[in-house]
Design a protein around this ligand. Structure first.
Ligand SMILES: Cc1cc2nc3c(=O)[nH]c(=O)nc-3n(C[C@H](O)[C@H](O)[C@H](O)COP(=O)(O)O)c2cc1C
Length: 189
């Protein structure tokens, strides 16, 4: 199978983000054909259509990073049963200006961790609706709602529990195959 560049978003600006720890685990467990690079969102101004004719440097960099990626992965917390504002802001920038939507036909996957029992399920549901409108080609299964408990991961993303490690490795393998399928039919231009 081919090698693919995956740009990933961490939907948290927290310096101690459990979702960033999860992203480190995913990098460790991903098949070698996936090359993962974080696309930062913390320095983006708030989106306004006033910028559509002249994007500032940070959103230009965001759109360039997505253009250089074959697929996109969202690793996000749930805020108030929905998408964290910083992540939604990044998506809004990437989806514009009209006619230059960076997510169009892009292979995409969603995962998230929370200390709560439903493991970001409602944030992911909201995010999936947004990505659907943005015409991203989402992996619909497996779903991944990670219930984060102390000790499950080390700070640098080692997974201490064998079944969780196997589940996350399978998720990334499935994402690789999904990406491969989408790009076979709709190559990135
Ligand atoms: C503004 C805010 C809203 C939150 N809302 C939810 C929620 O709806 N569901 C949930 O499971 N956890 C919620 N939490 C708790 C987060 O899951 C927890 O803070 C988690 O560590 C956030 O992920 P992060 O460490 O990657 O930033 C919320 C936290 C904050 C700060």
């Amino acid at each position: 199978m081919s090698t693919h560049k995956v740009g990933f978003f961490v939907g948290s600006l927290s310096s101690s983000s459990i979702n960033r720890v999860l992203s480190k685990a995913l990098i460790r467990l991903a098949p070698s054909e996936l090359e993962l690079t974080e696309i930062p969102i913390g320095n983006l101004p708030l989106y306004s259509p006033d910028f559509d004719t002249d994007y500032p440097p940070e959103p230009v960099a965001l759109k360039e990073a997505l253009a250089a990626s074959d697929a996109v992965l969202f690793v996000t917390p749930e805020y108030n049963r929905s998408i964290p504002g910083a992540l939604k802001n990044a998506i809004d920038w990437a989806s514009r200006p009209w006619g230059r939507n960076s997510f169009d036909h892009m292979p995409a996957a969603v995962i998230g961790a929370s200390p709560g029992q439903i493991g970001t399920a409602l944030a992911q549901q909201s995010l999936r609706a947004v990505l659907s409108f943005c015409n991203a080609r989402q992996m619909t299964a497996p779903e991944a709602y990670i219930n984060f408990r102390p000790g499950l991961f080390t700070d640098d993303g080692e997974v201490t529990d064998e079944s969780t490690a196997a589940f996350l490795a399978d998720f990334m393998q499935e994402f690789h195959m999904h990406t491969e399928r989408v790009l076979t039919v709709i190559p990135r231009s």
